[in-house]
Design a protein around this ligand. Sequence first.
Ligand SMILES: [Zn+2]
Length: 414
Amino acid sequence: MHKLDRRKQELFGLGDELFVHPELGYKEYTNKRILTEYFEKNGLKVEELGFRTAFRVSIGSGYPHIGLIAELDAIPTLGHPFANKDDNNAAHSCGHSTQCAIMAYTLVNFKDVLKKGRVTLYFTPAEEFTDIAFRKQLIKKKEINYIGGKVNMLTAGQFDDEDLLIHCHTMGQGKYHFSLNTSLSGFIYKEITFKGVASHAAVAPYNGVNALNAFVLFDNALNMLRETFKEEDFIRIHGMIAEGGQTVNSIPARVVYECYVRSMNQDALKKTAKRVDDAARYCAKAIGADVSIRSTPGYLPMHQSRLINDVIRKNMLKYCSIEEIHDDEVSMAAGDIGDVSCFKPTVQFGYSGFAGNCHGKDLCIVDKDRAYLEPAKVIYDTALYLSQHQEYVDRIIKEFKPSLTKEEYLEYLK
Ligand SMILES: [Zn+2]
């Protein structure tokens, strides 16, 4: 029997409670309170990290310093059974609540086995790049500096002391038991505002300039650009109309389109982003409209530490066969864990036990052993191994090459 089997009902109970209390980024106060109470009940103190809801819990001291990361936030999901109607239909349709339960339970159980080194568990707000207007208000009020939670924490130097970082995320429904060495894309967020001229839509449409038509032209141009994308760059452009017009009986004078431009390749991402801007400009011009474009850096592509994943794979194989592990998965998802992975040896592995679509109204937990207990054991066993094998951690650190400097990062975020 694994040590973590003993109090597994406590783990499931904690996870269930978090799952039904979804909150959007920087508003995760209930989740924070539930977790804080859990740690205090187990004799551990939490440390505030600013940015409203960020906090950490640390045990032990010295080398190696292993960092664990759990994400607190939910995402707007129309029709999810536990959607928070008071907060934009926030729901845990990305399963972040399970990460928090897994990591908290692991750390509490790790307390009395850690002989060497230190383990720090970070709870990070606002991984989902959403609720932008609210976050821009927070930036204005200087409560945060960037949209993404870990981006704020990274630039404040909060992961500087860790030697390596371990993170996990649900895979949603699928045929695999676990995933490993998954790549994540980078992205740029754009808010494109087409500006026309309003006029009476029936009496004098010829006096107006239709901003919606400018958008439609641009959307066609986007589709025509798609055939120029190279497969190996894994480019995606996806968006939504945040404002489609002002009133039906007037020619739309303003249309706002929000989108992500994603790619696995940072150069291709930059080039594609420029082509999107050009398409918006020239399509608007073609019908006499104006356009303004606001681009915000999203997250950077993920770099996985293969050496850490070699240990994780061994621990996964206690619960499934090698064929049931999706190794070297290429995922177009993105996360601010990608930014962290540019500076420290980092991993994010995937776990199962869910039915339904990630970000869909039907995402639910169907197998608690797989959704909670097994990933907790994998992290527990991996952290135990690393804390007892300093020479292996030396190697992980030695083989790691940061992909940019902090100065370059700050420049990119501007
Ligand atoms: Zn997620």
